[in-house]
Design a protein around this ligand. Structure first.
Ligand code: ZN
Length: 282
């Protein structure tokens, strides 16, 4: 069911949207990402706080059984402390916001190009939220590596299980981060970063689906200075652009789908090459 309203534009076609239209679409997208992003960030903060409690409790209850080495055998305490149930919990924590962003984006993009409205039970919504779940579980891989590092270092320094879990005057003196603090905040701004990146994926995946649905083959990229198609160019000052900048360029939907974002915290937005007739005059 593909409405033939707009013919597929060619790759060399000039931009059809006015500056004001492009600015409006980007602003509207950013607003939705910000509003849902704040709730998402708070949910991730809560998630890591409670996850830290689960990890430290399990670590203390294991009574040292989960050490990295025992009887000459290497063990993997991290994957026991951050098990597969953590993946389910991470997906559950993120899902409401991913779902909200996906439905919002499908409807907003649908309105722009003249496609029908959509509900939360649409198969495309489920497909897109499932794609998100596959990315979200990867946050636990980073946590597992942190847990492994923390335990190995703590044991090498001769700390007690309690010190490894919660720290002490001695550990603070040398700047050792115990399990609790490490799981709560693996790096500064992590909850924001996860929320922003995941919502950019949700929005862009949904928008590209809608553009493709009405027969578009290309999109215009809106992105920050210094952002190339596949990466953020390194060595630039904040706000400095590079010859590789993707902002304002027209690429195929296929390419856009392969590079929905270029890096964590990416602000990329895809613009349709034409608006539906009812929208064009607005
Ligand atoms: Zn970017």
């Amino acid at each position: 069911m593909i409405p033939s309203k707009s013919p597929p534009p060619s790759a060399h076609q000039t931009k059809q949207l006015s500056r004001a239209q492009r600015r409006r679409i980007v602003a509207q997208t950013r607003r939705a990402e910000q509003v849902i992003g704040r709730k998402f960030r708070n949910a991730m903060r809560r998630f890591f706080r409670v996850q830290a409690k689960r990890v430290t409790t399990a670590w203390m209850e294991s009574g040292g059984y989960l050490s990295s080495f025992a009887e000459g055998e290497f063990k993997d305490p991290a994957s026991q402390l951050v098990g597969v149930s953590e993946d389910t919990l991470a997906v559950a924590a993120s899902r409401p916001y991913v779902l909200e962003m996906t439905v919002t984006a499908l409807n907003a993009a649908g309105q722009l190009v003249g496609a029908a409205g959509i509900t939360g039970t649409d198969p495309m919504v489920l497909y897109l939220t499932d794609q998100s779940a596959q990315r979200v579980v990867k946050i636990n891989n980073a946590t597992r590596r942190g847990v492994q590092r923390t335990i190995t270092r703590g044991q090498a320094a001769g700390y007690s299980p309690y010190e490894i879990a919660y720290g002490s005057t001695a550990t603070r003196k040398v700047g050792y981060r115990p399990l609790k603090g490490m799981v709560e905040e693996l790096y500064r701004g992590r909850p924001e970063c996860i929320a922003r990146t995941e919502l950019a994926y949700s929005n862009n995946g949904a928008a590209l689906h809608r553009y493709k649905e009405v027969g578009m083959g290309t999109v215009e990229v809106s992105d920050g200075p210094g952002c190339a198609l596949t990466h953020h160019v390194s060595g630039l000052k904040p706000g400095e652009s590079s010859p590789e900048d993707i902002n304002g360029r027209v690429i195929s939907i296929k390419e856009a789908n392969a590079w929905q974002v270029a890096h964590p915290n990416c602000r990329r937005v895809f613009l349709p090459m034409a608006l539906s007739p009812s929208r064009r005059t607005k």
